[in-house]
Design a protein around this ligand. Structure first.
Ligand code: SF4
Length: 100
């Protein structure tokens, strides 16, 4: 066992989540947060929740502990389309509508 295994796994997971988020955003004609620091923080939160809970729970919302209810906040959550439409970005600021 090396002490780096978990960190490497988390890094790889973050890369995978970021690649997924970019692809998902592009498919909706959106973009991911152009602020790299904010983007990295959300992706890190998603990766940590995935490792801890085995689901990509939103890092900006409270889990209830009720698995059925918490499905609503697996990213992309049930709220994100309305948020992007109404506010220009989702609650976590992962996805931004493309203004152009
Ligand atoms: S608010 Fe954004 S980051 Fe959080 S689950 Fe919804 S879509 Fe994902």
């Amino acid at each position: 066992m090396t002490g780096n295994t978990d960190a490497e796994t988390e890094d790889q997971l973050q890369e995978a989540i970021l690649a997924w988020a970019r692809k998902y955003a592009a498919s909706r004609d959106w973009i991911v947060n152009p602020n790299e620091k904010q983007l990295g923080a959300v992706v890190k939160g998603l990766a940590r929740n995935t490792i801890r809970f085995d689901e990509q729970y939103c890092p900006c919302r409270m889990r209830t502990g009720d698995l059925e209810k918490d499905r609503e906040i697996i990213c992309p959550c049930i709220y994100h389309e309305d948020e992007v439409r109404n506010d220009g970005y989702c609650h976590c600021r992962l996805f931004f509508g493309n203004e152009e």
